[in-house]
Design a binder for this molecule. Structure first.
Ligand code: ASP
Ligand code: MG
Length: 432
């Protein structure tokens, strides 16, 4: 028996019941490990490679709420920001009380917002938004401990070393692996470690974040560093489905996938796993399970090198909040290659996420996630091109499509742009 990594997302720890369910799932894994290792007698007879790494996101919608705190502060609305902050703390205090924990003594609460108006927005963002994971993991670690489990809480900003690309920090694998391994491999380590997903820290002690929904990525990195036997993501769906059950009424579970298919689904915008999750696992042939937290013994989906592929049912993936930007040459001396390199230079510097590209004789269109950086990028692009854009768009990708499916998908929708190949169709559509 070797190390296992479990990741619980915001939806699975959205309230006190979620935390209790984490305890149930963790206890099952721990009992399993103990009986497999026949090391119930004495803890120090357990092989040190044994253990459960539990990676946790912020509770429920806490990250969105913290983002609003930063935005309000940035807009100079201090009182509204403080109210929002107090709501977030109150929510956590209520969960703690429901779980029988003592706010303030069991868990440290930060009264002041870690905000410095002299710093850039993105740097403040990371200091504030990282609080969500710091709170959720403390609650879970203390709760598990009080239930008699052998637990340790890890402070990832000190362990997962990153650069200072705020909001999208790059992980220094070598430095991180060394400290994390040292912490994991030491004698008499408690069997369960609870760690924050999504956050890390710089060499000079600043907190960083790895990009929204980045906890899956943290789980994969830890799986890689610890040579885990598997990584499991516990979700509020039965596994990887062929469509979002909130949008499509009839969804089908995909029980087995290859790494490469999972990467394609993730990059097309499937919310199920973060796109960066696969690579650290593939490197070490670590299988990834996606399982329902409401039914821990269900099979869920398994993603591995020997998975079944390609996926042979149509898969629908929505990517929301898109903006379609079209660049037109200012004169007729339009050189596609040169324009492309100019455009992508700007896009790269502004950290825009491109979801689709299309070019014609005199125009280039890119569909990107509509983030705060977009307006800055557009003004930069305007120095070189005539730029128009459409927002409130979604990108629908259908993999494994047929003519009948295409017709059905297009019906009743305003399609701004489409790209189809034999098996894949992509539509930029107006959001209604
Ligand atoms: N809490 C972060 C977010 O909501 C990270 C994650 O959930 O993976 O984006
Ligand atoms: Mg989340």
């Amino acid at each position: 028996m070797k190390t296992k990594v479990y990741k619980f997302g915001g939806a699975s720890v959205k309230d006190a019941n979620g935390v209790r369910n984490v305890e149930r799932i963790v206890r099952m894994a721990v009992n399993d490990q103990m009986s497999n290792d026949k090391c119930q007698m004495s803890n120090d007879k357990c092989p040190m490679s044994n253990g459960l790494m539990v990676v946790v996101s912020a509770m429920g919608k806490t990250t969105n709420a913290l983002e609003r705190v930063v935005e309000l502060l940035d807009a100079g609305k201090e009182e509204a920001a403080l109210n929002q902050w107090v709501d977030i703390i109150d929510f956590h205090v209520a969960v703690m009380k429901e779980l029988g924990l003592q706010p303030g003594s069991d868990i440290r609460l930060q009264g002041e917002i870690p905000y410095d108006p002299t710093l850039p927005f993105d740097e403040n963002y990371d200091q504030i938004v990282s609080m969500g994971e710091l709170l959720s993991t403390q609650i879970i670690a203390v709760y598990l401990l009080k239930q008699g489990l052998s637990v340790e809480w890890w402070n990832m900003p000190k362990l997962l070393r990153t650069d200072d690309t705020w909001r999208e920090a790059k992980v220094d694998d070598e430095a991180s692996r060394a400290v994390i391994r040292a912490g994991w491999d030491r004698p008499r380590r408690p069997q369960i470690v609870v760690a924050q997903g999504f956050i890390g820290g710089t060499a000079d002690g600043k907190r960083t974040t790895l990009g929204r929904e980045g906890s899956d990525y943290t789980a994969a990195l830890l799986g890689n560093y610890l040579d885990a036997e598997s990584v499991t993501i516990w979700k509020d769906v039965p596994g990887i489905l062929n469509a979002d059950p909130r949008i499509e009424p009839d969804t089908v579970l995909i029980p087995s996938l290859r790494y490469q298919d999972a990467v394609e689904l993730a990059y097309s915008g499937a919310q199920i796993i973060h796109p960066k999750t696969i690579r650290p696992l593939e490197n070490k042939h670590i299988p990834l399970y996606v399982k329902p937290f409401s039914d821990p013994s269900a099979e869920g989906s398994r993603i591995a090198a020997d998975g079944v592929g390609p996926v042979d049912i149509p898969v629908y993936i929505w990517r929301k909040n898109q903006i379609l930007i079209t660049m037109r040459a200012k004169d007729f001396a339009f050189a596609l290659e040169e324009s492309l390199s100019e455009i992508f230079d700007i896009i790269h510097r502004q950290h825009l996420k491109v979801s689709l590209i299309q070019s014609s004789a005199v125009t280039i269109s890119v569909c990107v996630d509509n983030t705060r950086k977009v307006s800055e990028a557009i003004s930069e692009l305007r120095q070189h091109f005539n730029v128009t854009y459409n927002d409130h768009l979604s990108l629908l990708t259908i993999r494994g499509t047929t003519p009948a499916i295409l017709e059905h998908a297009k019906a009743g929708r305003t399609i701004m742009l489409s790209q189809t190949t034999r098996r894949t169709a992509r539509f930029v559509v107006k959001e209604d």
